[in-house]
Design a protein around this ligand. Structure first.
Ligand SMILES: NC(=O)c1ccc[n+]([C@@H]2O[C@H](COP(=O)([O-])OP(=O)(O)OC[C@H]3O[C@@H](n4cnc5c(N)ncnc54)[C@H](O)[C@@H]3O)[C@@H](O)[C@H]2O)c1
Length: 361
């Protein structure tokens, strides 16, 4: 089992990582939170798939189970309220530890419930999607969506433990796996030249489901994310902005399709292709790195779009991004292998040329 620490002073926490480590989840939780009661928050799909595991955890620990409906459309204030209703209905106290078992949706809602229940209780993340394993389970961003936009109501609240067991990926639908892989792939652009080399040489093994390569890819991704979070826990210094690589385009793509027919990670894959094209176009990528980026783009998984997007509308959509400052879009662009630069001076013309090129319009 790998052990990694996110160092945030009195909010520091360990990440445990390995294949099969959840077989000892009860022992792990009991020893790390002596005397606590647990509230497991998960969704209806996972309750069906992991009946036996959940029954074991409930029989071995003082644990109540709260299952929310499955889907981003349920990442709402109503679902968050229903979780709080259940916690209060069970008369749980401040020593309660919430255990989020699921993908990013479950993790974000359970985390926000933990941030707000009785003014804040501890919580544990047990991510079950690749996206949650490499991204959302670490960093303490918790939120629900609002009709005005995604993740608009939430809190920064760090988990007390993250337990990543890659065997949960065995039941994950392939499409969700590739969408999560987009975030892992993203780290090769921001995590230094070592990560570029690792992803370039282990890409095939990872997308093929090779457990050893995946554990290592997830470990490296989490280490990079932890480092960024440690330097900018609450998104105040700007350091956390690098995690947004590919996301300025991705958010506009998701918005264009009205958040339907395309998964977030799928939009990120297109967003990565756009960021690379724009980097080449405006000259942030040095000549000597062309081969490296050429290879990354060659192996970048290709996913279908519902239909060809309209570049003008995509461009307009970029101005709705939360990261727009004083009317200027911050583009995170590739530079030396494994590094990015943030630029807010890119012309509309360059962005439109990129969109036309990438989407073949
Ligand atoms: N907090 C953060 O820092 C952060 C970062 C990135 C994304 N997010 C959020 O994460 C969410 C997306 O997360 P996601 O991609 O994990 O989606 P998700 O939570 O909706 O899960 C995707 C689907 O896979 C199913 N599933 C989960 N684990 C499974 C398993 N092991 N086997 C079979 N099916 C399984 C789920 O039931 C769901 O249908 C978005 O709401 C996004 O805003 C948060």
């Amino acid at each position: 089992m790998e052990h990694y620490n996110v160092n945030l002073g009195d909010r520091s926490y360990p990440i445990l990582l390995g294949a099969g480590i959840s077989s000892n989840i009860s022992g792990e939780l009991r020893s790390r939170f002596p005397g606590a009661k647990f509230a497991l928050v998960t969704n209806e799909t996972l309750v069906n798939i992991y009946q036996k595991e959940l029954a074991d955890w409930s029989s071995e620990l003082p644990m109540v189970r709260i299952a929310i409906p499955d889907g981003e459309q349920y990442k709402t204030i109503d679902t968050w309220r229903s979780v709080l209703d259940s916690l209060l209905g069970e008369r749980l106290d401040r020593k309660t530890v919430i255990v989020a078992f699921g993908g990013g949706v479950v993790g974000d809602i359970a985390g926000f419930a933990a941030a707000s229940f009785l003014r804040g209780v501890k919580y544990v993340q047990i991510p079950s999607t690749l996206l949650a394993m490499v991204d959302s389970s670490v960093g303490g961003k918790t939120a629900v969506d609002h009709k005005m936009g995604k993740n608009l109501v939430g809190a920064f609240h760090q988990p007390s433990l993250v337990l990543v067991d890659t065997t949960f990926l065995e039941t994950l639908p392939r499409r969700e796996f590739i969408a999560g892989y987009a975030e892992l792939f993203k780290y090769s652009f921001i995590g230094g030249s070592d990560m570029v080399t690792f992803v370039s040489s282990n890409h095939k093994a990872m997308v093929g489901g090779d457990n050893k390569a995946l554990v290592e890819g997830i470990r490296r991704s989490l280490a990079i994310k932890a480092r960024v979070v440690e330097s900018d826990e609450r998104e105040e210094t700007g350091a956390r902005a690098v995690l947004n690589f590919g996301h300025t385009f991705a958010h506009a793509i998701e918005r264009f399709y009205n958040f339907s027919g395309i998964l977030h990670g799928e939009a990120v894959l297109w967003g990565i292709a756009c960021a690379c094209d724009l980097g080449l176009r405006v000259g942030t990528i040095p000549q000597m790195e062309l081969k490296t980026y050429g290879h990354l783009l060659e192996i970048l998984p290709r996913v279908n779009l519902p239909w060809k997007p309209d570049p003008e509308k995509l461009y307009e959509g970029m101005f709705y991004d939360k990261k727009v400052e004083k009317g200027k879009v911050n583009f995170v662009l590739p530079t030396e292998a494994g590094s990015v630069v943030i630029r807010n001076d890119i012309t509309q013309e360059a962005v439109l040329e990129t969109l036309n090129t990438v989407f073949g319009i």
